[in-house]
Ligand binder design. Structure first.
Ligand code: PMP
Length: 369
């Protein structure tokens, strides 16, 4: 069968391995598996959100409120933006997709850092666009600007903090960079892990209202999948000036976010205490990863997220380590596919992290691969 030739060259996004697959492949009981691969919140989500979903489960037979007014008004109050400056998607992934379809046509280009969230280039490639990458493990804004001038891309993606490395640009540097970008170029600022960065270092905190007030061409992205613990509900949002949002809206399928996801997000947003406790515990637990890395001579990238990246040059091979961990029921992310000899580990609960340390230590000490 013939398909759109663009599809032939596309790579399929590889998510972190699900627990069910490890149960099937390795015969390990699901309660013995520790999944530290998809940057989920190990504490789950707010009880208020769970309760609201339970209470409203009977609404499943109806289509959702497609105006999404209840959640929009909460988001609008939280971020001090107008409801017309908001769009809600089935994950922020879907908003990246809308942005690509809105801007990329006829030999278009995107510009991104070499090692960043994989979906930018996947959606761009779906639109037949060329992906230009600035080299380096972290965003190099000077190199990006040079490439911007040379290549004239339609979209520039900035991921702050960056997945899969965990590092984060300073707000000032982001703003100085965008200042130099032509207003007709869309700058997507992906804040999927912003709650973590803002908690750790105010210099990394982005205020979407300020960004869109200063810049007519910024699309800020946020998600409920990380700090709010609603990855399974698939809900995220975009914030931009009205003209950008109005264009993205034209690409939105009807009822793109489910009733229960909207309800869960609304309640989750109200429970900032839950979010604060999750952030506190995440950075507390991160300390034990830093200690583990130091003990084993592993270099780490300073993380402003709920995951940590171990650079393994001179220590071991990342694919071998990730496989050995997997066979023992610990799922982490091998970053070989990004060209790095590194693994990315989501910070779990204390007991999950201990399991990682025990198993990883056995593997590293035995030299086993
Ligand atoms: N941006 C980044 C940087 C991410 O890491 C992710 C999830 N892995 C997303 C966007 C998409 O998140 P979601 O679709 O779950 O909102």
């Amino acid at each position: 069968m013939k398909f759109n030739p663009v599809i032939e060259h596309l790579k399929t996004y590889e998510p972190g391995k699900p627990i069910e697959l490890v149960v099937r492949e390795f015969g390990i009981g699901s309660d013995e598996i520790v999944k530290l691969a998809s940057n989920e919140n190990p504490h789950g989500c707010s009880e208020k959100a769970t309760e609201a979903v339970r209470k409203n489960a009977h609404l499943m037979y109806r289509y959702p409120d497609d105006t999404m007014t209840a959640l929009k008004s909460k988001l609008s109050a939280r971020f001090s933006v107008d409801e017309k400056e908001l769009i809600i998607g089935a994950g922020s992934d879907q908003i990246i997709e809308f942005a690509c379809h809105a801007k990329l046509y006829g030999g278009a280009k995107i510009l991104q850092s070499e090692i960043t969230f994989a979906m930018y280039q996947i959606y761009a490639a779906q639109c037949g666009a060329t992906v230009v990458k600035s080299p380096g493990i972290a965003h190099d804004l000077d190199a990006m600007y040079e490439l911007y001038r040379k290549e004239e891309p339609e979209i520039v993606f900035l991921c702050a903090p960056n997945n899969p490395t965990g590092d984060c640009l300073d707000r000032v540097d982001i703003e100085n960079f965008i200042e130099r970008i032509d207003p007709d170029t869309l700058v997507v600022v992906d804040g999927a892990y912003q709650e973590y960065a803002a908690f750790k270092d105010p210099n990394k905190a982005l205020d979407p209202a300020v960004l869109i007030e200063k810049f007519p061409n910024v699309l800020y992205l946020g998600t409920f999948s990380k700090a709010y613990g609603l990855g399974g509900m698939r809900i995220g949002y975009g914030i931009a000036r009205r003209d950008i949002i109005a264009s993205l809206y034209k690409l939105r399928p009807p009822f793109n976010v489910t009733t229960l996801s909207l309800i869960a997000a609304e309640r989750a947003l109200e429970d900032q205490e839950f979010v604060k406790n999750s952030l506190k515990d995440c950075f507390l637990q991160m300390e034990s990863y830093l200690a583990f890395a130091e003990k084993h001579g592993i270099e780490v990238i300073e993380s402003y997220t709920n995951f940590i990246t171990f650079l393994l040059d001179g220590v071991t091979d990342s694919t071998a380590l990730a496989d050995a961990l997997l066979r023992r029921g610990v799922i982490v992310r091998d970053l070989r596919g990004y060209g790095l000899n590194a693994i990315r580990i989501t910070i779990g609960k204390a007991e999950e992290n201990r399991r990682f340390f025990d198993v990883a230590e056995q593997i590293l000490d035995s030299g086993a691969k």
